[in-house]
Design a protein around this ligand. Structure first.
Ligand SMILES: *[C@@H]1O[C@H](CO)[C@@H](O)[C@H](O)[C@H]1NC(C)=O
Ligand SMILES: *[C@@H]1O[C@H](CO)[C@@H](O)[C@H](O)[C@H]1NC(C)=O
Ligand SMILES: *[C@@H]1O[C@H](CO)[C@@H](O)[C@H](O)[C@H]1NC(C)=O
Ligand SMILES: *[C@@H]1O[C@H](CO)[C@@H](O)[C@H](O)[C@H]1NC(C)=O
Ligand SMILES: *[C@@H]1O[C@H](CO)[C@@H](O)[C@H](O)[C@H]1NC(C)=O
Ligand SMILES: *[C@@H]1O[C@H](CO)[C@@H](O)[C@H](O)[C@H]1NC(C)=O
Ligand SMILES: *[C@@H]1O[C@H](CO)[C@@H](O)[C@H](O)[C@H]1NC(C)=O
Ligand SMILES: *[C@@H]1O[C@H](CO)[C@@H](O)[C@H](O)[C@H]1NC(C)=O
Ligand SMILES: *[C@@H]1O[C@H](CO)[C@@H](O)[C@H](O)[C@H]1NC(C)=O
Ligand SMILES: *[C@@H]1O[C@H](CO)[C@@H](O)[C@H](O)[C@H]1NC(C)=O
Ligand SMILES: *[C@@H]1O[C@H](CO)[C@@H](O)[C@H](O)[C@H]1NC(C)=O
Ligand SMILES: *[C@H]1O[C@@H](CO)[C@H](O)[C@@H](O)[C@@H]1NC(C)=O
Length: 476
């Protein structure tokens, strides 16, 4: 038995040995391409990367030094491959200080799902060949100096979910063909030199959730076709040169969380039920347009609002007291409108704002507010940092209770009808950096406590009936 066992073991050993020899000899024979691929990877991918490297003229951090044949390209810096095929699925060189053009060979990386070259100094055109990357899901080229048009062929990348090519120098119109990107969720073209309008074909981007087009030269009206974007949550198109009225469907799109159309030439009124039809709003930035009419009370039914900018428009009437129902509001900017009608009760809404425990900025300057400031300013949020009330007809005394708004950095009340003396207590606002009270009817001595405001860099008290001088401690 024993001998037999040994013989079996021995023959098993010999067969293993022979197989090993065979394997070794096979691996010494010149390899056909398919085996070469497993050693160096797909030759097309490797060549494309080497061409990509060739068109980069400056790599101060040497991030592409690893792109050499001592390593499989799947291990090169910024490259990821699929496990099964060893084909490149991701080329990510964000923020690597690279300067150069993008080689058209990039279009041969047909397994690519992510291309991220954000925040480098790539210049020249975005290669049309990217349109061949039919598996591409994320295209991120923002913060470079790409110029020329947006390649129409990008519309062939039907798997695209994210296209971020903002902050470049792209010109021309937005290709209407992009409308065929049915899976696109995020499109960011901001801060370029694009002209023309929003293509009506964008109504076909049925997955679109976030659209950013600010800081271009775009014009025209908002196309009605956008009503089909049922998932849109961020609509950011200002500053630009858009005009016309906001189509009613947009006020009816309950998916919207952030609207930013600042600095365009939109006109019209806000619908009375805006806060009911847009219940999920967090941000409504419509300043710098030509809106008119009243501010609808219902705006405060959008209870998640944090940022409200209605400034530089032509809104009129009373400011609704309902703003106080917004627990999260941080910025309320209503400056440069026609609000208030100089009525004595025009500042009544201020009392309600003391419920807004997150309020940091209250901007009401250059309107038609009249009457006196209520003492309830004492109950403003301790977050409150900036209060702008200049250019109205606010009368009466400066409430000494401002001293309780302990984190105040800016208190601007110039150009009103304030009387009485400057309260001593203002000297307790240690963080105050700007205090402007010029152009009122203030009288009496400038309190010495003002000398304690050592962080103040702007103090304007002129054009009043004040006596004394600005304390030396802050005069220079
Ligand atoms: C390498 O990739 C190219 C492009 O996808 C393909 O045509 C070619 O067949 C691949 N080569 C091998 C050996 O897999
Ligand atoms: C090739 O890449 C390896 C790995 O990063 C690196 O150590 C080596 O210095 C590179 N060779 C050259 C010639 O740059
Ligand atoms: C770009 O990268 C630099 C470092 O290279 C970094 O300081 C800067 O914040 C980045 N900018 C953006 C917009 O990501
Ligand atoms: C761009 O797309 C067109 C078809 O619309 C095609 O004929 C052309 O070859 C594509 N260009 C590149 C560089 O892939
Ligand atoms: C939107 O897509 C449909 C097909 O789904 C197409 O017939 C239509 O032309 C497209 N609309 C625009 C404006 O491109
Ligand atoms: C905006 O468009 C109007 C015409 O509709 C034009 O007169 C004006 O120059 C444009 N403004 C800018 C900044 O492009
Ligand atoms: C607003 O939505 C309601 C219900 O979803 C619909 O009945 C109404 O027609 C819409 N109005 C506009 C102007 O889109
Ligand atoms: C929407 O607005 C809110 C409030 O300002 C902000 O915190 C949030 O980041 C914005 N969302 C997007 C996607 O920009
Ligand atoms: C809207 O808010 C007001 C208070 O400002 C409240 O009385 C009213 O019930 C709210 N409406 C809805 C539908 O929530
Ligand atoms: C602003 O609104 C007032 C009415 O409140 C109107 O008389 C005036 O013409 C409007 N101005 C502009 C520039 O629209
Ligand atoms: C200035 O502040 C000091 C301590 O911070 C305090 O003792 C003094 O009374 C203050 N002066 C005035 C005039 O308020
Ligand atoms: C793919 O890229 C083009 C340039 O866009 C080249 O002309 C081709 O030769 C290249 N093809 C391969 C297989 O590398």
């Amino acid at each position: 038995m024993k001998t037999q066992n040994n013989q079996i073991t021995l023959s098993a050993f010999w067969s293993m040995f022979l197989r090993l020899i065979l394997l070794l000899s096979v691996s010494l024979i010149p390899q056909p391409t398919s085996n070469f691929v497993s050693a160096l990877g797909n030759e097309t991918d490797r060549i494309a990367l080497l061409k990509f490297k060739e068109s980069i003229s400056d790599d101060p951090n040497g991030v592409l030094r690893s792109w050499n044949d001592s390593l499989h390209f799947c291990n090169w810096h910024g490259i990821s491959c699929g496990k099964r095929h060893q084909r490149i699925t991701s080329l990510d060189l964000e923020g690597r200080n690279l300067r150069g053009t993008v080689s058209p060979y990039v279009g041969n990386l047909t397994f690519l799902r992510l291309l991220n070259l954000m925040n480098n100094s790539f210049f020249g055109q975005i290669p049309t060949q990217i349109g061949r990357l039919f598996r591409l899901q994320h295209l991120i080229l923002s913060y470079n100096v790409f110029e020329g048009n947006i390649p129409v062929n990008l519309s062939h990348c039907l798997e695209l979910e994210v296209m971020v090519i903002g902050t470049n120098r792209l010109t021309g119109v937005i290709p209407l063909e992009l409308g065929s990107l049915a899976k696109l969720e995020l499109l960011n073209l901001e801060s370029n030199d694009l002209e023309g309008g929003i293509p009506s074909s964008f109504g076909n981007m049925s997955s679109l959730e976030r659209l950013y087009l600010p800081k271009n030269n775009l014009a025209g009206t908002i196309p009605d076709e956008l009503r089909r974007l049922k998932r849109l949550s961020v609509f950011a198109i200002g500053p630009n040169n858009f005009s016309g009225t906001i189509p009613l469907f947009l006020y009816n799109m309950s998916s919207l969380t952030n609207i930013s159309i600042t600095d365009n030439r939109f006109e019209g009124t806000l619908p009375p039920n805006i806060g009911l039809t847009l219940p999920n709003l967090q941000e409504i930035l419509i300043g710098g347009n030509e809106f008119s009419g009243i501010i609808p009370e219902s705006i405060s039914n959008a209870s998640q609002l944090q940022l409200i900018d209605l400034s530089d428009n032509n809104f009129s009437g009373q400011v609704p007291g309902s703003f106080g129902n917004l627990p999260d509001v941080r910025i309320l900017s209503l400056g440069s409108n026609n609000l208030g009608s100089y009525a004595a009760n025009s500042l009544d809404f201020i009392a309600s704002l003391t419920n807004c425990s997150q309020l940091e900025v209250l901007a009401l300057s250059n309107n038609r507010f009249g009457g006196v400031l209520p003492n309830s300013v004492a109950n403003f949020s301790t977050q409150m940092a900036r209060i702008y009330l200049g250019g109205n007809q606010i009368s009466g005394k400066i409430p000494p209770a401002f001293e309780n708004v302990i984190n105040l950095m800016v208190l601007a009340m110039e150009g009103n009808l304030l009387t009485g003396s400057i309260p001593d207590s203002l000297g307790k606002l240690k963080n105050l950096q700007l205090l402007s009270l010029d152009g009122n009817a203030l009288s009496g001595k400038i309190p010495t406590s003002i000398g304690n405001l050592t962080n103040v860099f702007s103090l304007s008290l002129s054009l009043n009936k004040l006596e004394g001088s600005i304390p030396r401690s802050i005069a220079e």
